[in-house]
Design a protein around this ligand. Structure first.
Ligand code: NDP
Length: 293
């Protein structure tokens, strides 16, 4: 068997086009331009690149972005005061605090200060808390898990009644994704670093999601023939043939696993492009919710 390769870049491009059309309509009909504030603390180059890419993507679909860059030693009160100010600004519909934060800042306190109605990353406890509750539509779902669900749904892969095995329980990927699968009536197993006999669980999966940050960890023998495999991992491995000296691979051994799976996401070009597309989607949704009823 050779798996269907799920084209995340194409699906993300389609979502961006839909967002752009809806942004144009919001401006035309209500005079509202969706706005995203990005808050970057410190000078981590990878974080700066992520924020730059998010702001560029906003510009491409007509979302205004407002960038705030604070020094590494920013006192907690100063960051919290900025979030309070952004919470009050009507042209800011979404607030994104780029993670990770410098270690002296309490991530829980900071993310909890973003008002839930502007929490386009979906990390506020009150947004995370409703993810797994059937019949409760969350205001915003975290972008990477929402991207995984969109990949499945737009590839017409059924979720209800299937056994989904999620590797990883982080609060930004594994845990919210497991809750979202549960809310869609999958039977869900969550695995983590203390799980014993992992392969016996992964082999039971109809839908296997890998979000652990370990290069090519999931091998062919861990996958049930015909399973759908979603690879969230982004890992650098050395590659002397690449001008950068490295290349990106996922948590799944793509070449091996594609011979046994029925569908699989590649890295790059699978889940990765979906994250920013879902951020744009959430920001649009935040702006739409601000339309007076
Ligand atoms: P974290 O490091 O926060 O979490 C990793 C999770 O994997 C933890 O729950 C950990 O278990 C579990 N884990 C680690 N080793 C094993 C193992 N050997 N067996 C089973 N479980 C294990 O990572 P993130 O969730 O933030 O990210 C995961 C991957 O996804 C990374 O490669 C990251 O780069 C990528 N990513 C990709 C995004 C995208 O846009 N495509 C966005 C965000 C992340 P425990 O809880 O016990 O420690």
């Amino acid at each position: 068997m050779s798996a269907t390769v799920i084209d995340g870049a194409a699906i993300a491009a389609a979502i961006r086009r839909e967002v752009k059309a809806a942004v144009d309509a919001l401006q035309r009909e209500h005079g509202i331009t969706p706005g995203l504030a990005t808050v970057l603390v410190g000078n981590d180059p990878a974080s700066a690149t992520y924020v730059r890419n998010k702001r560029k993507a906003c510009a491409e679909v007509g979302i205004a972005s407002f960038g705030y860059e604070l020094p590494t030693d920013t006192p907690p009160q100063k960051l919290l005061a900025l979030l309070d100010e952004l919470a009050c600004r009507s042209e800011v519909h979404g607030i994104l605090v780029q993670l990770p934060l410098p270690s002296h800042l309490d991530e829980g306190q900071v993310l909890g200060r973003v008002p839930p109605e502007k929490d386009v990353d979906g990390f506020h406890p009150s947004n995370l808390g409703v993810l797994g509750i059937r019949g409760r539509e969350p205001r915003f779902a975290p972008c990477t898990p929402a991207g995984c669900i969109a990949l499945l749904e737009r590839s017409a892969i059924p979720i209800a009644g299937r056994h989904a095995v999620v590797l990883g329980r982080s609060k930004i990927v594994g845990l919210p994704l497991a809750l979202m699968l549960l809310a869609r009536d999958a039977t869900v197993t969550i695995c983590h670093s203390r799980t014993t006999d992992l392969a016996s669980l992964t082999r039971q999966a109809d839908i296997l999601v890998a979000a652990i940050g370990k290069a090519r960890f999931v091998t062919r023998d861990m996958v049930r023939p015909g399973a759908v495999v979603i690879d969230v991992g982004i890992n650098r491995i050395e590659d002397a043939r690449d001008p950068r000296g490295y290349r990106l691979v996922g948590d799944v051994d793509f070449e091996e696993v594609r011979t046994v799976a029925s569908a699989i996401t590649p890295v790059p070009g699978g889940v990765g492009p979906m994250t920013i597309a879902m951020l744009l989607w959430n920001t649009l949704r935040a702006a739409e919710c601000s339309v007076p009823k």
